[in-house]
Design a protein. Sequence first.
Length: 300
Amino acid sequence: MSLQQSGIKGNIIASAGISNLTNYSPFPGEKIIIAADNDSKNSITNNTVIKSAKMLEMKGAITCIVKPPENSDFNNLLQSCGDQSIRDIIEPEITKLTKAVETTKLTQTENNSIAKQNDITNVKELYNKSSSLYYSKQEEEAKVEAIVANKFLENHTGIYSAKIFNNSNLRANMVFDEETQKSWPALTIFVKNEAGEITGAKILTLNSKTCNKADVAEKSVGTISGSFAEIAQQNSKYSPVTIITKDIETALTIQQAGVEGKILCAIEAENLQNYNPGPKEKIILAVKNKDKHFGFATIR
């Protein structure tokens, strides 16, 4: 009541006992000021307050402890020294907590930005080390990973097209897998943002003997959200139609079938919703159903 009467702003809660402080459930990052009487002669009370603050911090809160002058309480302070005396104790702590949270948020934002930029840099390095899928069938001139990726597409998906193999978003890499501690050939699908910058990639690890998918988990690197791999460009003779698929096999199959329109691969199902369509652009989502046939959904 003394804090409220002195004009302190915030959610003021009475715990009805020091031991009850630990039962409060803060939301992550909640700023909590514990206002306790200054009973300097009672070490048990002081220790309980400190332990309560630590418990709240373990639950995700940001805490501080404020006390009136020695051997006093906030009610006596209010009566003897007035409202301002309480505000002089608590308001500076409110300012400190607010600045601390803002600094933490800024640091997290900066770290996230740096991490994202590092991811994109790593993806660009992966691209620079990659090989084109297209070669003149003189296999001695092609890298092993390019040969394996070509045979995977030809033998195991039935896809063969010079347009596909000459696509700059589809590349071949040798990648090292931490779990198997081996290097594998891979078909790598690079995605780009609206500015045309490479931001991420999907890596399909291949078995060099069978030229099929290896028993290694597929993985995405870099930033995928909002970026897509363009498999076919829009034909200007047709109204703007964009076909978006989740996986590369579906995208390549549709192109192989001669379907007209811009064909994009989203790499991940969650990324399908991140496409930014143009005015009146017609969008078809082409996805596999459980029995591996294609399903189509049109978004107008």
